[in-house]
Ligand binder design. Structure first.
Ligand code: SF4
Length: 397
């Protein structure tokens, strides 16, 4: 069962006939943007900036929520997944990263394939996705990852493998002496199903030079995702904001993603998340406030007309901000996750013991409908709470 709006069809027609909240009707510029979107025109960079800076945050959120509802009605998606990181050893040292360790560090680790499988086993009856990223291991080549994915598929054939950032793919291809395309083909044949999208940071090279020198540049990030899309490997795309970039650079980032999506159309979901600070990394960071996080979610929904899903990533922003975001344009809160290191090493306190019932509670309390999805948004199950019991009912569109 598929959602018609996932193919980007019909939502503008539905939008045309939806009731417009009074806060939008009373704001000429928001009304202008709404009419532009209805007529299929794109919000440009200067309009995006004006939207981002609007004084009326509730009206901005109402507009983004209206667009979200035209695509997905009251549905908010989640999935049941597990994060397993392959290694925290990394040959790079991005300034925002609290996860990586130098290969000789006493806390550095690398999971053997058996250890990786062992991590999945306790969750294998409840999850249908493994989300796995890691550092740039100094020795591992494509052989290690293809053996890993093949083993996951052998032991847990029902589990979708969502793995590797663009820079990991670039590193593996260079370590293996083969092209990125060849690397992706081998990994896909071994069991890689999709790519999570991490590592986009801000797609402006002068910013990347300050926060993650040595990582793939903007065009490499986009090209690697485009190559994956050309092979039928869908991906997400992300944005790490609140380091040293300007608001204009955040909007340029959105623009670059939608241009890439016009070419390769394999981005399923956009996942923006703010930098989580500590005392040692990036002391000059312009940390994002809660309202900035909400503004980013809302403006993303308005500018990214060709990327269907916008995720409120609760591992990073927590349950409270997530609740705001799913009324401000976001339609997805990610998964049960089970185990998470990257955000928690950076200071996240988001609980890791939530099951689908607790995720549903976040969604229901926001006045919306929890819908469990699979990793590629092609299967959906609705959950509702009756007598404190989470029950499964079929959903129809
Ligand atoms: S963000 Fe990724 S590439 Fe950069 S230091 Fe951390 S693990 Fe390494």
């Amino acid at each position: 069962m598929t959602l018609p709006s996932i193919e980007n069809t019909g939502w503008r027609d539905r939008l045309k006939h939806m009731e417009i909240p009074i806060s939008i009707k009373n704001d000429k510029f928001l009304l202008f943007c709404l009419n532009k979107i209805i007529s299929g025109e794109r919000i440009n960079l200067s309009e995006g900036l004006k939207l981002y800076n609007t004084q009326s945050l509730p009206a901005l959120c109402a507009l983004a929520n209206l667009i979200k509802k035209s695509r997905f009605s009251n549905n908010i998606f989640f999935n049941e997944n597990l994060h397993v990181n392959t290694t925290n050893k990394c040959v790079l040292a991005c300034r925002f990263c609290a996860f990586r360790k130098g290969p000789r560090h006493s806390d550095a680790y690398e999971l053997s394939i058996e250890e990786f499988i062992h991590r999945i086993k306790p969750y294998s009856n409840t999850i249908d996705e493994i989300h796995s990223v890691g550092g740039l291991h100094p020795q591992w080549t494509v052989d290690h990852y293809s053996e890993l994915y093949a083993k996951i598929k052998e032991v847990f054939p029902h589990i979708h493998v969502k793995s590797l950032t663009a820079v990991e793919i670039k590193h593996i291809s260079s370590r293996s002496g083969i092209s990125v395309l060849e690397t992706l083909k081998i990994l896909k044949n071994s069991g890689l199903n999709s790519i999570p999208g991490g590592g986009a940071e801000i797609l402006v090279d002068s910013v990347r030079d300050r926060i993650c020198r040595g990582k793939e540049n903007t065009s490499e990030y986009l090209e690697i995702h485009g190559l994956a899309h050309s092979l039928g490997i869908p991906s997400n795309c992300t944005m790490l904001f609140g380091t040293v970039e300007t608001v204009e650079e955040r909007l340029i980032h959105l623009d670059k993603l939608r241009i890439q999506q016009d070419k390769s159309s394999g981005f399923q979901c956009f996942v923006p998340y703010p930098f989580l600070p500590d005392k040692t990394r990036l002391p000059e960071a312009q940390l994002a406030t809660t309202c900035e996080i909400v503004r980013i979610i809302a403006v993303s929904r308005l500018m990214l007309d060709n990327i269907p899903h916008i995720k409120a990533y609760r591992m990073n922003i927590g349950d409270h901000v997530t609740s705001l975001c799913i009324n401000s344009g976001a339609d997805d809160i990610d998964g049960t996750v089970g185990h998470e290191e990257i955000m928690h090493e950076a200071g996240s306190k988001t609980r890791l013991d939530y099951d689908k019932k607790q995720l549903s509670k976040i969604i229901i309390s926001s006045g919306q409908k929890p819908v469990k999805r699979n990793s590629i948004y092609s299967k959906f199950e609705e959950y509702t709470e009756i007598n404190n019991k989470s029950i499964k009912i079929p959903i129809s569109y």
